[in-house]
Design a protein around this ligand. Structure first.
Ligand SMILES: Nc1ncnc2c1ncn2[C@@H]1O[C@H](COP(=O)(O)OP(=O)(O)OP(=O)(O)O)[C@@H](O)[C@H]1O
Ligand SMILES: [Mg+2]
Length: 334
């Protein structure tokens, strides 16, 4: 136990880590030598990454800098953190942000129950040394680790996913700065706890509000865009393996065209995968307009967008699909 101003001292028995020290070979997650190796390793986890995102992730790993990802919903931001942890053979620690998220839920909490027991014990033993009592109830073992603190105290650098930061309040962002810049957390009663093995930090935002520059400056940034048709097809093949190549191609083509329409919420990659799986479940072998119409709710989640597809701008897309189906049927009959 130290006073408010003294730093956390890992050699002090009071500040001993809660886990046993790991052997040297366990200290780091698998290193990645090249961007190509990173692309392959993510691919082995069924995550199909483009070279620009792979490059910025590679740099984040090399430079020990947090990676800040923004993008539309369902484009693979959260999944990248999961795939990275699996690809590097390390653990994923996830902090899901929401309005009102506070330090007790995000970082640490004093174990009030245990503290009370200590106080009762001290009373029973007629302990009169207040200083010692305070020291005892604010010692390291009395801390309950929440995701941020847990990420700083792991024997192997974990991946720390701070998901949907835009949902948290701005004061929480200010609190995060110390963690992201120094890989440490200052606990007033205990001092600063610094990570021996800095976590690999991935932050995501859906941009419902702007994240402050002070935080962005500490990170590398990437906007996760919708994939092009070629990459989306590879993703569908991996994530909906039951779809034939022809069906997957048609589904991806329709979704790519849909994204060019003026929709309130364009379908993400997650929706394309869901759609392919829905078509498989319905035994659809080739896309035709009826099958598209009946399953639009898998892709679009706003009635206005469904109307756009059926009666508005999207009607042209349906017409093209009908023509293609007829041409195909004619070709097969000939
Ligand atoms: N590049 C990709 N490779 C493989 N699968 C992907 C890829 N991108 C997205 N997916 C699939 O899409 C699903 C949704 O992705 P994810 O949940 O990561 O999106 P998100 O960007 O975090 O969305 P949200 O903003 O709604 O949280 C994943 O479970 C995964 O199956
Ligand atoms: Mg997400």
């Amino acid at each position: 136990m130290t006073d408010d101003s003294s730093p956390y001292d890992p050699t002090s028995p009071l500040h001993a880590p809660l886990h046993t020290p790991p052997s040297a070979s366990l200290l780091r997650p698998d290193p990645v030598a090249t961007i190509d190796e990173l692309i392959d390793r993510l691919g082995a986890q069924d995550y199909i990454v483009d070279r620009r995102l792979a490059t910025v992730l590679f740099l984040a790993l090399r430079m020990q800098r947090p990676l800040f990802l923004e993008g539309e919903a369902g484009v693979g931001k959260t999944e990248l953190a999961k795939a990275t942890a699996a690809a590097l053979g390390t653990t994923l620690i996830r902090l899901q942000c929401y309005e009102g998220l506070d330090i007790q839920q995000a970082a640490y909490e004093w174990n009030a129950g245990r503290q009370l027991v200590e106080i009762r014990l001290a009373e029973a033993l007629h302990e009169t040394n207040r200083e010692r009592l305070v020291r005892d109830i604010y010692r390291r073992e009395m801390l309950i680790e929440r995701p941020l603190l847990r990420a700083l105290t792991q024997p192997v650098a974990p991946v720390l996913l701070i998901d949907e930061l835009d949902r948290a309040d701005e004061p929480f962002e200010a609190f995060l700065l110390e963690v992201l810049a120094e890989y440490q957390l200052t606990i007033p009663e205990l001092g600063a706890i610094r990570a021996a093995h800095p976590p690999i930090v991935i932050i995501t935002s859906n941009r419902t509000r702007e994240i402050r520059d002070a935080l962005k400056r500490r990170c590398l940034y990437h906007w996760v865009a919708f994939p092009n048709a070629e990459r989306e097809l590879r993703i569908v093949h991996r994530r909906a393996p039951g779809a034939s190549d022809a069906l997957a191609r048609q589904a991806v083509d329709v979704v790519q065209r849909m994204r060019r329409l003026d929709l309130f919420k364009a379908p993400g990659v997650a929706e394309t995968i869901d759609w392919a799986n829905a078509l498989i479940a319905l035994n659809v072998l080739a896309l035709e307009p009826d099958a598209v119409r009946d399953t639009l709710g898998v892709l679009l989640k706003y009635q206005e967008d469904i109307d756009t597809m059926l009666d508005g701008e999207g009607a042209e897309l349906m017409r093209l699909l009908r023509e293609a189906t007829m041409t195909q049927a004619g070709g097969e009959a000939a």
